[in-house]
Write a protein that binds this ligand. Structure first.
Ligand code: ZN
Ligand code: ZN
Length: 287
């Protein structure tokens, strides 16, 4: 009888839990367990060099061997290369934040591994084996938040690299083509009346810097963007007292640094605006 892991797909586990469950080794990206007849693959997106890339629903998983040319007969490269005939079940974990292993379920090798030129830890070109893999349960998507957080972690990690080194890395990555994957994402449905009301009321003036909108749309309307002072993602309401119209610069500023003093200005201005509008409406009703 073949071993069935008890982990739920997309659950986050620790390294120790993986070792306990699969009876595999405690380190490395490819871990073979003879006891459960499984091969555990760890795709760690927090590492700086040779990131495994997704192309749609296919993962290009880089083989074993950190220096020099990789060998298809070396340890688990061989196990993975033969996984469609050797009865070893292959399971994938993805890591987007250190120490958080997301169980992605079983994967299958969908075509022959191929050679690719990559740089090793010392910056020297070498040949590596790339294994094209597909998830058995590909309908279970990764949440977009994991990808976004991982991007931030990576951006912070590479902040101190010199301009020259950045250029070299940027150009190197160019050759690998654009990677993409489907993710699960939550979209907030906004009330179009709230947005249109707020923009109309602003009358082409940014509510933070007080400047005119930087350009007009094709319909000759001053271009402003609506912003939620307390973000929707943080539970802010989609109501006229929480929504303001901003120029693109100020909007970006609110999303990048979100200064308390700016929030205060917007809330105060908005309350003024709401009460003034209410006055006008009451006035009209009375007429
Ligand atoms: Zn502005
Ligand atoms: Zn916004």
């Amino acid at each position: 009888m073949s071993f069935e892991p008890s982990f739920k797909i997309n659950s986050i586990v620790t390294n120790n839990k993986i070792i306990e469950e699969f009876k595999c080794g405690n380190a490395g990206g490819m871990r073979k367990s003879n006891e459960t007849n499984t091969l555990i693959l760890i795709s760690d997106h927090t590492k700086n060099f040779y990131d495994d890339k997704w192309y749609g629903n296919i993962l290009h998983y880089t083989g074993m061997g950190k220096k020099g040319n990789q060998d298809i007969n070396f340890m688990q490269n061989k196990t993975l290369a033969e996984s469609n005939t050797n009865n070893v079940n292959v399971y994938l974990f993805e890591v987007f934040e250190p120490k958080k292993y997301i169980f992605r379920g079983r994967v299958k090798l969908i075509s022959d591994p191929f050679l690719e030129s990559q740089k090793d830890a010392d910056g020297n070109y070498r040949s590596v084996y790339v294994f094209p893999l597909k998830l058995e349960n590909e309908e279970n998507l990764i949440n977009k938040d994991f990808i976004d957080n991982n991007k931030l972690i990576k951006e912070n990690k590479i902040k101190k690299i010199s301009l020259e080194a950045l250029r070299e890395k940027a150009e190197y990555e160019e050759n690998n083509g654009t990677s993409s994957r489907q993710v699960e994402t939550k979209v907030f449905i906004r009330n179009p009346y709230v947005s249109e009301y707020v923009k109309k009321k602003a009358n082409g003036i940014c509510q933070l810097c007080g400047e005119k909108a930087p350009f007009k749309t094709k319909d000759n309307v001053p271009y402003l963007e609506t912003h939620h002072i307390i973000w929707l993602s943080e539970g802010g309401p989609d109501t006229i007292d929480n929504v303001v119209a901003l120029c693109p610069n100020c909007h970006r500023k609110m999303h990048v640094i979100n200064l308390e003093e700016d929030k205060k200005i917007l809330l105060e201005k908005n309350n003024e605006k709401v009460s003034k509008v209410e006055h006008e409406m009451i006035g009209k009703e009375n007429l």
